[in-house]
Design a protein around this ligand. Structure first.
Ligand SMILES: [Zn+2]
Length: 245
């Protein structure tokens, strides 16, 4: 028996731990019912080479069943799945505008569960040994994030500042799942992932870039503003984010 990477207790570990939750892969299948998945390097090309694994990414020997199913599945993923499916009736979403940019205002989120769901993806991507996750290297933050995810801890909303941007409904990146990637923004670390037409960014500490998005961040009050990136600027925007412009 080995120690579970999340609770650190010696236990039987599950044979298949997933990185991205299964519900994210729903509706993301092509005609052959294979998942459409693209690497960040491929995005810069005009016609991305699309790889089609038949299921999500799994790795065994990382987590115990309690952490995998009860904590990550039961506490975090089910919460997100219920929001996305509309089953959660507490969360309110209203359309708005900020200058020329259309926005979505989401309210009544469970601040810790919502935020820590995304941190749990980063944690899992960090402990996963597969090559596609080598960009995720949390270093000393691994232990800090492990504790936050394990205990569903409250963190200040400027620490691990969470922002979400939505792609236009006609976006060419709409149906892609892109593995988490690291952006070099100033001296601070920022990790992002592109999921189901949403670009999620986590700035570990306050920096020049995070400050420009501060007003839209997930706040302790359970509110977040999601700007919608117009299709005409999305490619430039995403490439800038990937630092591949
Ligand atoms: Zn465990």
């Amino acid at each position: 028996m080995k120690n579970c990477r999340l609770c650190k207790i010696e236990k039987t570990l599950v044979k298949k731990s997933h990185i991205y939750p299964d519900f994210l892969y729903k509706d993301l299948y092509d005609k052959n019912h294979k998942i459409i998945k693209v690497s960040t390097e491929e995005i810069i090309k005009k016609n991305p080479k699309i790889s089609r694994p038949s299921s999500g990414v799994y790795e065994g020997g990382l987590l115990c069943s309690d952490c995998e199913n009860r904590l990550i599945g039961g506490k975090y993923e089910s919460y997100l799945a219920d929001i996305l499916s509309g089953k959660n009736k507490d969360v309110k979403c209203t359309k708005g505008k900020s200058g020329d940019i259309e926005t979505l205002k989401v309210e009544n989120l469970d601040y810790e569960r919502f935020k820590n769901f995304f941190l749990s993806i980063l944690f899992r991507a960090d402990i996963c040994t597969f090559e596609e996750f080598t960009d995720i290297n949390l270093g000393p933050y691994n232990e800090k994030i492990r504790k936050i995810v394990y205990e569903n801890t409250f963190t200040d909303d400027l620490e691990f500042q969470l922002n979400i941007l939505k792609l236009d409904k006609n976006s060419e990146f709409d149906q892609l799942i892109v593995q988490p990637f690291r952006s070099k923004l100033e001296t601070e670390t920022c990790y992002s992932f592109l999921l189901k037409g949403f670009l999620i960014t986590i700035n570990f500490k306050e920096n020049k870039t995070s400050k420009t998005m501060k007003d839209n961040r997930l706040k302790q009050t359970g509110e977040i503003i999601i700007p919608i990136i117009p299709k005409s600027t999305e490619r430039k925007f995403i490439l800038t984010y990937l630092d591949l412009k």
